[in-house]
Design a protein. Structure first.
Lengths: 274, 274
């Protein structure tokens, strides 16, 4: 594994590269409040299968700075990924993204149809949110701004909608705290507001690309269950795997089940260099 | 005139109060890239008519800070206005807002129906933008972030869509430069992204209020001409005044014509204390 910083337009994107540089590259993109740590267990599993794995951090999350402005759009995050893949000279890859990470993956694949073989959206979708879906963040932003990121982590652990399962297992909630509290208040606030800026045409553009489109969703994650069902209606070729009884932070709760599903989706992309 | 700062939740809102404190209050809210300076001439005209005039600056614009986060929603700006009016103990007023200022006015009136007698939206509307309406700001944000606010002022003066008329008169373009360059890059970026967060139901809520709704638009301001025509269809009681041959920065170009229209709208609200 090597890790380094890469400078583009004042955004100093932190990324880690794991595995054989000649193997097939998988790009991992974390959710809001996440960072590379969240993929720890998943990366070790993917490495055993011989993939090259690149995980990076989005603006304002742990080791990646915010740049000169404190607000950004989804398109800015897509542009940051563009710069990273150019920097690494990666011309074909598959992209696995959790929540906002899956939105970035879908927008990137829509805009660069020849370069992405497959995307896997984990508790995520390529569709715009409805207004009510984003309303809970009026509260989360207020907690972050007035009480700080640690208080927000505790708030999230107490809010039933996101953390039913995390709650059950102290090991999981402690890991959630460790990851989440690395996020800057600025980064959290900017990312939740960026969710308003998802373009309307992502599904249409994905339709006309050859990119394979996969999704994994916890059955208890109501918002993404709804958005992915709508996506499936518009794009029947979407392969959707529902994890029964799971919730938004499925990557922390069930990394092994996640790996099995990922291999079902991506296993045929035989890693070179094995 | 008195001026002061008022602290609310780390937002230190700058405002100016002009005229007799017992007169009927008009609240003035500037556009993105504007500040209290932009109302200079208008304020002196309104004072002669005996109104109490309160003008303030929104987050990240000139003398009002950004607070702890670098991004905000439209609702945050409405909340800031709420705090200001509570601080000033103003229970009834009329609100005049230019562009983003008019959006704040319409949201505030929709949320506090008993407190606002009238709103005047100047080159503004209570409706969500279409995606394409906001696309020009991908460029403006890039100029602001990479080249700074002075370069952005020059970019705006060169961009035909906003500044046909400013262009003709050096006095106007110099005044535009003086006002606009007081804006922080952070404030400009955050405000343009906040435009994505306008709620869907503002017109519906205004419909059921007793608030009078007025609008003034330059005939060459294509986006707000379209949005206000749509608003007028949904809400026939909207009184719309079109300034022929005018553009987005009509308050700089035509403060006297603006005053005449404002008095046509608001003149019947006889200022007390005269």
């Amino acid at each position: 594994m090597s890790s380094s910083h890469f400078l583009a337009n004042t955004i100093n994107t932190y990324y880690e590269e794991h595995g054989n540089g000649k193997s097939y590259p998988l790009i991992l993109i974390h959710p809001i409040g996440g960072n590379v740590l969240i993929w720890h267990h998943e990366i070790s599993l993917l490495l055993r299968s011989g993939f090259r794995v690149i995980a990076y951090e989005i603006r304002g999350h742990y080791r990646t700075n915010m740049g000169k402005a404190g607000a950004y759009t989804m398109q800015d995050l897509v542009t940051d990924l563009r710069h990273l893949l150019k920097h690494l000279n990666i011309k074909r890859s598959s992209i696995i993204g959790h929540s906002i990470g899956g939105i970035i993956a879908s927008m990137y694949a829509a805009q660069h149809p020849g370069e992405v073989d497959a995307i896997v959206m984990i508790n995520s979708s390529p569709k715009k949110f409805e207004e009510k879906d984003l309303e809970k963040h009026f509260k989360t932003r207020k907690v972050a701004i007035t009480k700080g990121i640690k208080a927000l982590a505790e708030h999230k652990l107490r809010s039933f909608d996101e953390a039913r399962d995390l709650f059950k297992d102290k090991k999981h909630s402690d890991f959630f705290r460790k990851v989440f509290t690395k996020t800057s208040v600025n980064g959290f606030v900017a990312a939740t507001i960026a969710l308003y800026t998802i373009p309307e045409n992502v599904v249409d553009k994905l339709q006309t690309s050859n990119c394979k489109v996969f999704a994994i969703v916890g059955s208890d994650d109501d918002v993404f269950m709804r958005l992915l069902k709508e996506t499936k209606e518009e794009m029947p070729r979407l392969k959707l795997s529902i994890l029964d009884g799971s919730d938004h932070w499925v990557i922390i709760e069930k990394p092994d089940e996640m790996y099995d599903i990922l291999m079902g989706f991506l296993g045929k992309m035989r890693p070179r260099g094995r």
